[in-house]
Design a protein around this ligand. Structure first.
Ligand code: ADP
Length: 586
């Protein structure tokens, strides 16, 4: 064999033991039946090489031929000048242009001298076709035991045996292809099943990694999400890829996603576009040096829609199978499916982070409000107290008295805001504390009492219909009292002079229901959506003219929620409003 011809030798996906032994049985029987000493079968690989899968014959022939590779195209060209024997094609040595050194093994058996003698450089082969008439392999024969080129009846016999053998070989090679498709399809389904429903990128990658490596019969697996460091997901001995290798992979990944192609980096392959041989050498050089040494790499782009997200890269060990077309096609689909799942997981993570940040912000706001209100309370008490003292001083001029009045009014308002804020803050604590059975009727009666003065001053009829006991709820008294106080207070505040406010408390179907109805200014549909928000005050001029903090209904809502109840509002602008609070009866 010539020295300079390098046959890249590697395993075939058709090399599984069962297939090889079936092929071997067929060609052994064929050799016997036809009287040929050397019979071999090569499979066509996706990269255009013929790979010798099994050989029967003398040891030196077997050794020389097994697992060798030769390009398929020149053989096809050579067969154009072959004699057609039926299944077999015969090229006599004078017509051979193929370099036999590259194409087989030459016997050193002495050559016969008669005109029909077999010449060692003759070529006798039968192409093996699949169901779709695609070339699956080639069956080759050498060394007829009688030393003669078969003619006449013997040739017909040989050709018949070969035709039968080809059918059996075709079935085996086809079955292998099918088996590969089944393996890849089930790997792909497994990957998608494992990936969907996973919420974080890490979980997705960790869970799919082993399925991908198994499905692709790979050695190790890297994921590289753009903008992050590459991570080895399945690797006993992960080695950080050098920056120049990362650069090649990223360049390929982006282009690969645009073109929807998968890159195979292998010693005997053309560089995947748009990369150069130097790029491929960088990658292969690194792979050879990794733990255990890897020979080839499959790089599949990951993406979703227009966005290229990263790559997954599976390595194969030295002597591992070639990367088949079926595998590259499956890798594209997996990159697409996984890309979609990863994009979802990333969105989920981003949202989750955002919610956490918002939660932190809300906690900060709560703490800030609590601290500031506490800090304001003491000085405000002094301001109100001293303003009172000053007002009582007889030597005060009218101008000063007006100023002191304004100070006092302002301080009282401010005190109310601070108190509302503190109530709201206390009602924000997750733990409601100790709850006790409480009759709501006296609490509501106190609130009605409190508003009776202001209502009477403005000629508003305030009536209450309260049960004699039995309106018991489980709760905290100092929280529950804000419900009637705020609702009745608002009803009186937002009702024009001479209007009516009606309060009722009932026990209905296991619930204690507090209803407060007024004939006041009403609330627009748009405002109804927002009145329970903190600091919300209506922009309606009638409402805005009345003083308020915008915290009363926010307090009501929090307290109701903490007591497991609900609040409903019905209102018509200009006609009045009804607030209804329902709490579980205790
Ligand atoms: P405020 O201190 O402003 O009264 P609330 O939280 O108690 O704050 O109420 C929020 C807003 O809801 C008020 O500014 C007002 O516009 C509206 N509102 C509340 N109760 C009534 C009511 N009974 N009738 C009309 N509008 C009301």
């Amino acid at each position: 064999m010539s020295e300079e011809f390098e046959r890249p030798v590697r395993g075939s996906r058709r090399s599984d033991d069962q297939a090889r032994s079936s092929l071997l049985t067929i060609i052994e029987a064929l050799g016997e039946a036809t009287g040929f000493d050397v019979v071999g079968i090569s499979g066509v690989r996706d990269d255009g090489y013929l790979h010798v899968l099994c050989v029967v014959g003398p040891d030196d022939a077997r050794e020389a031929l097994m697992d060798t590779l030769a390009p398929v195209d020149p053989l096809i060209e050579q067969l154009e000048v072959a004699d057609d024997w039926g299944a077999l094609k015969f090229v006599p040595h004078e017509r051979m242009v193929l370099d036999v050194d590259k194409w087989g093994w030459i016997s050193d058996r002495p050559q016969g001298v008669d005109p029909g003698a077999w010449h060692p450089e003759n070529l006798l082969v039968a192409p093996v076709y699949g169901e779709q008439q695609q070339l699956l392999g080639v069956l080759g024969m050498e060394l007829p035991r009688d030393g003669l080129v078969p003619v006449g009846e013997r040739r017909t016999q040989v050709d018949m045996h070969v035709r039968q053998a080809c059918r059996a070989v075709s079935a085996i090679l086809e079955r292998e292809r099918m088996a590969e498709q089944v393996r890849l399809a089930s790997a792909a389904a497994d990957i998608v099943r494992r990936a969907s429903g996973k919420m974080s990128v890490d979980e997705v990658l960790a869970d799919c990694g082993s399925a991908i490596v198994e499905g692709f019969r790979g050695q190790s697996l890297w994921f590289h999400l753009f903008g992050e460091d590459p991570r080895a997901v399945v690797d006993d001995n992960p080695v950080e890829p050098p920056p120049e290798m990362i650069d090649v992979i990223v360049r390929y990944g982006e282009a690969g996603w645009q073109r929807q192609t998968v890159g195979v980096f292998a010693p005997d392959r053309r560089p995947p576009e748009p990369l150069s041989q130097a790029d491929v050498d960088t990658v292969l050089g690194f792979l050879a040096g990794t733990g255990g040494g890897a020979e080839s790499l499959l790089v599949a782009p990951l993406g979703a829609g227009e966005e290229s997200l990263g790559v997954l890269a599976v390595t194969r060990a030295f002597g591992g199978a070639e990367w088949s077309e079926g595998e590259t096609a499956a890798a594209i689909d997996i990159g697409r499916d996984l890309g979609r799942v990863l994009a979802n997981a990333r969105t989920f993570e981003r949202e989750h982070r955002l919610v956490e940040e918002l939660q932190e912000l809300a906690d900060y706001k709560t703490r800030l409000v609590a601290t500031v209100s506490h800090e304001l309370r003491t000085p405000l008490t002094s301001v109100v107290g001293f303003a009172e003292l000053l007002r009582a001083a007889p030597e005060l001029s009218d101008r000063s008295r007006t100023a002191v009045d304004a100070i006092q009014r302002g301080a009282v308002r401010l005190t109310r805001v601070v108190e509302d804020l503190l109530v709201l803050h206390r009602a924000t604590d997750a733990d409601i504390g100790e709850v006790l059975p409480l009759d709501l009727a006296p609490i509501v009666a106190d609130a009605v009492e409190l508003s009776a003065g202001p209502a009477a001053q403005r000629g508003i009829t305030l009536t209450a219909d309260l049960p004699e006991g039995g309106a018991t709820v489980l709760g905290v008294a100092h929280e529950l009292e804000h419900l009637p106080t705020n609702l009745i207070g608002n009803a009186v505040k937002y009702t024009p002079d001479h209007g009516t406010v009606t309060v009722s408390l009932e026990v209905l179907a296991g619930e204690v229901v507090l209803t407060c109805t007024d004939s006041g200014i009403g609330i627009s549909a748009a405002d109804q959506e927002r009145v329970f928000e903190e600091f919300f005050r209506s922009a309606d001029p009638e409402a805005a003219a009345r003083y308020g903090t915008g915290l009363g209904l926010a307090i009501v809502r929090r307290v109701v929620e903490r007591h497991g109840g609900r609040i409903e509002l019905e209102s018509d602008l200009g006609r009045g409003s009804t607030f209804r609070v329902s709490l579980p009866a205790g």
